[in-house]
Design a protein around this ligand. Structure first.
Ligand code: SF4
Length: 340
């Protein structure tokens, strides 16, 4: 690979993103975690607010967990932020608040895998550690003409080894960012701008007209469909919500919802527990939310609680609902004005 041409291209053409201009491992860490599965444009405003509020690892370690979840509401994949909080606490307790600069220490922190550790080591500390993300997989699969399925770990591992051999010949800080940026700006999934690419001369896919076929990514399993009965429960002076303890969206608030066939079944179940709920409107509103691996269809009823409550229902004032961390799936449910 003409690494020199790649690095020169990066120096001249990269976007001036604030986290790309930094060599602070803390900044690189939070930006890389936010960028996982999330577009740069979506991340930018969150990142700026986040780094102003939590400018260093000690401040992040001291964060209130619920407030932290509210700060990242809308980014999805919330487990990454719970892990980030745990990792910050560990850096404070085990490393006196000084960000580790050894790969083995980074990889032992919650939520930091091979990619993130490689990104921090190379970008912050200029050490040759491969960071293979989706963009880099695409660039290398095409450049080298590799038609192995990149959903398979063993194939990704092979590509990671090749990437490692390249970074050892490069300026690590520039190389990692250049590969990420090339994948984002030039070697895009559809209609890559090969005429502007510094790797075009030796690109296998370009010269053999196979760009559309690479990388090979086998089809993901179909998303699982969940049909929920969702209750907006008015208490007279607030609403009942619950805090999720399921792994998906753990710690986020939601309106109580039930994996049930119909509303009558739910009402009967509640009644058996001495909880009386009266529907305000018997025609539900249907909401849909698509996650990476799940689809939620939520048949949503507005109701009044006349008697009793479940242990995990928490009363929240209507005006406070906007301030609690809530998954977008439920944030999109509109509270009707007819419910006072
Ligand atoms: S020449 Fe085209 S396909 Fe090959 S690496 Fe560059 S942008 Fe990607």
């Amino acid at each position: 690979m003409n690494i020199h041409a790649l690095e020169a291209w990066y120096e001249k053409n990269h976007r001036k993103l604030s986290f790309r201009e930094s060599k602070d491992p803390y900044i690189i860490w939070i930006s890389e975690i936010m960028l996982q599965q999330t577009q740069v444009e979506t991340v930018l405003p969150f990142f700026e607010r986040f780094k102003d509020k939590y400018p260093n690892v000690s401040k992040l370690a001291q964060a209130n967990e619920e407030e932290l979840q509210k700060d990242v509401e809308g980014l999805g994949y919330y487990r990454r932020f719970r892990n980030m909080h745990l990792a910050a606490k560990k850096i404070v307790s085990d490393y006196k608040g000084i960000f580790p600069n050894q790969y083995k220490d980074l990889i032992s922190l919650p939520g930091i895998g091979k990619y993130t550790a490689g990104a921090i080591m190379s970008i912050a500390y200029d050490k040759p550690y491969s960071a293979l993300d989706g963009n880099v997989i695409r660039v290398l699969s095409r450049y080298l003409g590799i038609d192995l399925d990149m959903r398979q770990e063993k194939n990704k591992k092979k590509l990671d080894e090749i990437n490692q051999s390249y970074i050892e010949l490069a300026k690590p800080n520039i190389y990692t960012q250049a590969m990420m940026e090339l994948g984002a700006l030039i070697c895009s999934p559809k209609q890559p701008k090969c005429e502007l690419c510094p790797l075009q001369n030796h690109c296998d896919a370009y010269h053999h007209d196979r760009i559309d076929q690479l990388p090979v990514l086998s089809k993901l399993k179909d998303k699982k469909l969940f049909l929920y009965i969702t209750l907006i429960l008015n208490t007279g002076d607030g609403y009942y919500l619950r805090k999720r303890d399921e792994e998906l969206l753990k710690g986020m608030y939601e309106y109580p919802q039930y994996d049930a066939e119909n509303i009558q079944y739910v009402l009967t179940e509640l009644e058996a527990q001495d909880i009386i709920v009266e529907l305000i409107d018997s025609s539900p509103t249907l909401y849909k939310h698509v996650f990476t691996h799940q689809i939620w269809m939520m048949e949503t009823y507005f109701a009044r609680v006349l008697k009793g409550k479940k242990d995990d229902w928490i009363k929240i004032d209507r005006n406070a609902i906007k301030d609690i961390p809530m998954a977008v799936a439920h944030r999109k449910i509109k509270l009707y004005d007819k419910i006072k």
